[in-house]
Write a protein that binds this ligand. Structure first.
Ligand SMILES: CCCCC/C=C\C/C=C\CCCCCCCC(=O)SCCNC(=O)CCNC(=O)[C@H](O)C(C)(C)COP(=O)(O)OP(=O)(O)OC[C@H]1O[C@@H](n2cnc3c(N)ncnc32)[C@H](O)[C@@H]1OP(=O)(O)O
Ligand code: TJR
Length: 375
């Protein structure tokens, strides 16, 4: 093991990374809160400021992925479509199978200049996660309860607000609605059978309502659907803990651009279209597993320096006061202050552990473990 690898596996490094993320993230959340008066004066300016502030948080996770762990993200796509990526609004439809798929998504957003404005249809539970969940309020991320009767109204309202968004954005949809597990796959294939739909081998049956609602509300605002399929080489099962320990993974992403005009408007037709898309996606997954490649050519999208510079700047800003505090703590010699500081650190480490747990599939929700009543 080299010196770099040995350093990256040290718990102290993980504690410092966690500290930088939490301390800078909470500071940025506070700055986001301070932009509230700007919303009333100049909404477009407030949105642009929040895109930059959001970038300061999400690009830290890109820096950990691209620069700390050195994970390689390779893009397969039609080179003719490449110039459009990042220069128009897009709806990204992605498989939901890996613990770090959101980090790879953010890394690609950064490479196409849309990281600050990246949007997603996300479960409401994640709104309460400090730093990232709180950041999402100010980025106008769309939350859902995964209860159609409520979501049909609230999701629609949130999507309508994006129609005059001042920056190009990608809107991410995990149509499977939850992460892939063997049990959820089995149940969803029972639903597929009841509905007379072909079985999928590598995906859960997509939930079509959120997709239809998104298309319906963003027609005229979004130019295309980016059908995206993510996989990792050599059967890697990447995790956030692995990334923090400096483990290098190899992500391969296949993207097809589908113009929005080619997607049917009616709910039933749109649902049928999505089911067909997932059958094609299943085929791409199978091809990848068999051959280690997707159909399209590889297009070079190098990692960018921006996330690294941003991370180093925030690290300097929050590590310097920490160092000064530790020196004054040790020189004060007060047992009570030292014990209180230790208790605070313990609390912060529990919070971080809980946040990392949100990304772990073994702690995934029970959603999709049984057939919904509406079926
Ligand atoms: C590569 C570039 C990447 C770019 C990245 C860009 C941006 C990145 C930004 C941020 C990154 C952060 C990422 C964070 C990730 C977190 C994501 C999530 O939280 S995923 C969970 C939330 N999202 C969704 O759920 C979306 C999909 N769901 C839907 O669309 C749903 O329809 C809904 C709108 C949420 C409503 O949910 P509800 O449960 O009420 O679903 P339905 O009404 O659809 O369900 C009933 C329907 O489903 C059938 N059914 C029943 N049981 C099952 C089952 N087990 N499996 C499948 N289907 C089932 C049932 O028969 C009904 O069918 P029908 O529709 O015909 O009536
Ligand atoms: C980045 C630097 C590292 C610093 C230390 C650690 C910071 C921890 C960051 C925690 C980030 C929390 C954001 C969670 C995003 C999880 C995305 C996800 O995949 O959610 C799952 C849902 O889609 C479906 O939920 P399930 O029904 O499967 O349940």
């Amino acid at each position: 093991m080299g010196l770099g690898e040995c350093l990256k596996s040290q718990v102290l490094c993980h504690v410092l990374i966690g500290y930088v993320f939490l301390a800078s993230g909470l500071l940025i959340n506070l700055l986001q809160l301070c932009t509230l008066p700007v919303w009333w004066l100049n909404k477009s300016l407030a949105r642009r400021i929040n895109c930059r502030l959001g970038y300061c948080i999400s690009s830290q996770s890109v820096a950990i992925l691209d620069w700390w762990s050195g994970t390689e993200c390779t893009l397969y796509t039609d080179p003719k479509m490449y110039p459009l990526y990042g220069n128009e609004n897009g709806i990204v439809v992605l498989n939901h199978q890996f613990e770090i798929d959101f980090m790879c998504g953010w890394s690609f957003c950064d490479r196409f200049g849309v990281l600050g404005s990246a949007k997603v249809l996300v479960k409401k539970e994640l709104a309460y996660v400090p730093v990232i969940g709180w950041m999402w309020y100010f980025l106008e991320i769309v939350f859902c309860k995964r209860k159609w009767e409520e979501d049909r109204i609230t999701v629609s309202q949130s999507l309508q607000k994006l129609r005059d968004y001042p920056e190009n954005f990608w809107f991410l949809l995990f149509c499977e609605g939850t992460r892939f597990t063997a049990k959820k796959h089995q149940i969803s294939m029972e639903v597929a059978e009841k509905k007379g739909l072909p079985k999928l081998k590598h995906h859960l049956l997509p939930r079509t309502k959120g997709f239809w609602l998104t298309i319906q509300n963003l027609r005229g605002t979004v130019a295309a659907v980016y059908d995206s399929t993510l996989n990792f080489r050599n059967n890697e099962s990447p995790s956030l803990s692995g990334i923090l320990s400096g483990k290098k993974y190899h992500a391969d992403l296949y993207v097809r651009r589908i113009p929005l005009e080619s997607i049917p408007e009616g709910e039933a037709e749109c649902a049928a279209w999505l089911h067909k898309l997932y059958q094609e996606k299943d085929g791409f997954q199978e091809q990848y597993i068999q051959t280690g490649r997707y159909p399209g050519p590889i297009v070079s999208t190098p990692r960018r320096l921006g996330p690294l510079i941003n991370w180093l700047c925030w690290s300097a800003l929050v590590l310097f006061p920490l160092g000064a505090f530790l020196v004054s703590l040790l020189s004060s010699g007060s047992t009570l202050t030292i014990l209180a500081s230790l208790a605070f650190c313990y609390g912060a480490s529990l919070l971080l552990r809980w946040m990392i747990g949100q990304t772990e599939i073994s702690r995934s929700s029970g959603y999709g473990n049984k057939v919904n009543s509406s079926s």
